[in-house]
Design a protein around this ligand. Structure first.
Ligand SMILES: [Fe+2]
Ligand SMILES: [Fe+2]
Length: 171
């Protein structure tokens, strides 16, 4: 199928990364919580879509395929960080490295994709992104995470009266 037939970002993801989206590792992310009740899978798709939209808005000349593939795999750490385990005690600092190791084992990665995954936690991890694509994913990841947490706050606000009534019933 011709690439130009794909105009929608979701379809662009399918065009460049059907193998990743359908892989066992990515699919397992549908059952793994990431932020609040958002799964790792939907967070990863969200980051890929935001990165792509940012690149287009800023009219950046980028490697779209690498951007999408790196974005989808940036949190490919394949465990639930909410479950305490010595192996991922320092999840925030170590998961980018774990994601790169897992993604390299399951897919053929180029240097841009590797950089995206390895550096997406900048500035928490101090290695500086080397490519425009890595910077975009780094920013998109923060936008996505902030949106997820804001949604959770929205839920609390919406249910504030119910929660208050419930707590007061215990007095
Ligand atoms: Fe991450
Ligand atoms: Fe992320």
């Amino acid at each position: 199928m011709n690439k130009n037939e794909y105009v929608d970002t979701d379809l662009q993801l399918l065009f460049h990364a059907k193998d990743i989206l359908e892989s066992e590792g990515m699919q397992s992310g549908k059952d793994t919580r990431h932020h609040g009740d958002v799964s790792v899978y939907s967070h990863s798709v969200d980051v890929a879509v935001i990165s792509l939209k940012l690149a287009r808005k800023l009219r950046l000349n980028i490697d779209e395929k690498s951007l999408i593939r790196g974005a989808l795999l940036h949190d490919y750490y394949l465990y639930d960080w909410h479950v305490p385990d010595k192996e991922h005690r320092l999840h925030g600092f170590s998961h980018a490295k774990t994601a790169l190791r897992n993604a390299s084992a399951d897919f053929e990665l180029n240097k841009i994709e590797k950089d995206i995954i390895k550096k997406h936690m900048f500035p928490l991890n101090i290695s500086v992104p080397m490519y425009k694509e890595s910077v975009l994913v780094c920013v998109a990841d923060k936008i996505s995470a902030t949106r997820d947490y804001t949604k959770q706050m929205g839920w609390f606000k919406e249910h504030a009266n119910l929660i208050r009534a419930y707590v007061q019933s215990y007095r």
